[in-house]
Each structure stands twice: as structure tokens, then as C-alpha cells.
Design a protein around this ligand. Structure first.
Ligand code: NI
Length: 175
């Protein structure tokens, strides 16, 4: 089932989402909800999606990037992270363009940690503890911000790069 996407201004996007008790991860309700999130991400061509973006204040994020026109060189397999916790492993921040289904039509340059440790559960309820770098780490930080009530605009150093997508295509990437 394709879910309705919350847009900036909806209070659900500004709440800290509730964790999922680990013994409930494999329940039919949570599994169906994850499938609905995946269907919704595909429908709207997102690189990722967090549960609060579909009006559900729970700590679930998903992502997938392959052959994406906006990220031609990037590849992230379909991944589900539940109750994610991020620890930066470097002070190095890299700035790059981001957009968000909850902030439609805009792009902006956002600094993110280039290397992070991610602790989470997968959709089978297995504990994950991994190190992630680069673009994949960027997408994780973007999606995990959503379960903390944050959006990428909050992370921008300045609003000067904020651009409508049409102008972004027309005037280039301003890098
Ligand atoms: Ni987003």
C-alpha cells in the first residue's frame, strides 16, 4: 500500500520517534508496514524514507539507491534499519546536495560526517554494528535525522545553496 508522505510543517516530522521493541520487529504489523514504506519509496523515487515521513512516529528507516538519475555513481542495496544509533568516527564533514520527499522541489548543500558507526536492527531483528563511509553514510545520516525530528535544512551551514530543482537543472550544481 502506498502511504501518504508528510510535508514540512506537519508536526510528526518534528517529533522524536519511538523505538520498536526488538521482539516486535518480526510481527506481521511491523513487517507489513516496512513493505508499505518500500512501496512508497519506490512510488516517489526516493533514495530513502523514514517512518515519520509517512506519519508514523517510529524508529524505522529504509534506503535504496541503484541506477538513480540523481546519483548515477552511487549504489546502496535495499536496506532497513530499526532503532538506528549513529556515532561519528571522524570530524571530517563533506558537503553535498540533498533533497527530501518531505521538502518537495528543493535541493541544498548539507555537511555530513564522512565516516560513521551505525548500530541498529535489521528487519529480521538481527543486531547490526557496522562502519559506513561516503554517500551511504550521508543517506543514513539524512534518514536517521528524521527519526530524531530533524530535516536536512537544520543541518545546512547556510541557506545560500537552497535551490528549486528546476533551477538546479538549469544553472548547474554551483559547486
Ligand atoms: Ni528526507
Amino acid at each position: 500500500m502506498i502511504l501518504k508522505v508528510a510535508r514540512l510543517g506537519h508536526p510528526v516530522l518534528r517529533k522524536v520517534a519511538a523505538p520498536i521493541p526488538p521482539d516486535q520487529i518480526t510481527s506481521p504489523e511491523i513487517q507489513q508496514f516496512i513493505d508499505d514504506m518500500i512501496e512508497t519509496m519506490y512510488e516517489y523515487d526516493g533514495a530513502g524514507l523514514a517512518a515519520p515521513q509517512v506519519h508514523v512516529s517510529r524508529q524505522i528507516v529504509i534506503m535504496e539507491v541503484k541506477g538513480h538519475p540523481r546519483y548515477p555513481n552511487a549504489s546502496i542495496p535495499l536496506t532497513v534499519y530499526i532503532n538506528p544509533e549513529i556515532t561519528p568516527l571522524t570530524e571530517e564533514m563533506v558537503e553535498d546536495w540533498e533533497g527530501c520527499l518531505s521538502v518537495p522541489g528543493l535541493r541544498g548543500r548539507v555537511p555530513r560526517y564522512n565516516k560513521i558507526r551505525l548500530q541498529a536492527y535489521d528487519r529480521q531483528g538481527n543486531r547490526l554494528d557496522i562502519v559506513v563511509e561516503g554517500f551511504h553514510a550521508r543517506v543514513i545520516q539524512h534518514e536517521c535525522d528524521h527519526v530524531q525530528g530533524k530535516v536536512y535544512l537544520d543541518r545546512m551551514r547556510s541557506m545560500e545553496s537552497l535551490t528549486f530543482i528546476e533551477e538546479f537543472m538549469k544553472y548547474g550544481r554551483h559547486e
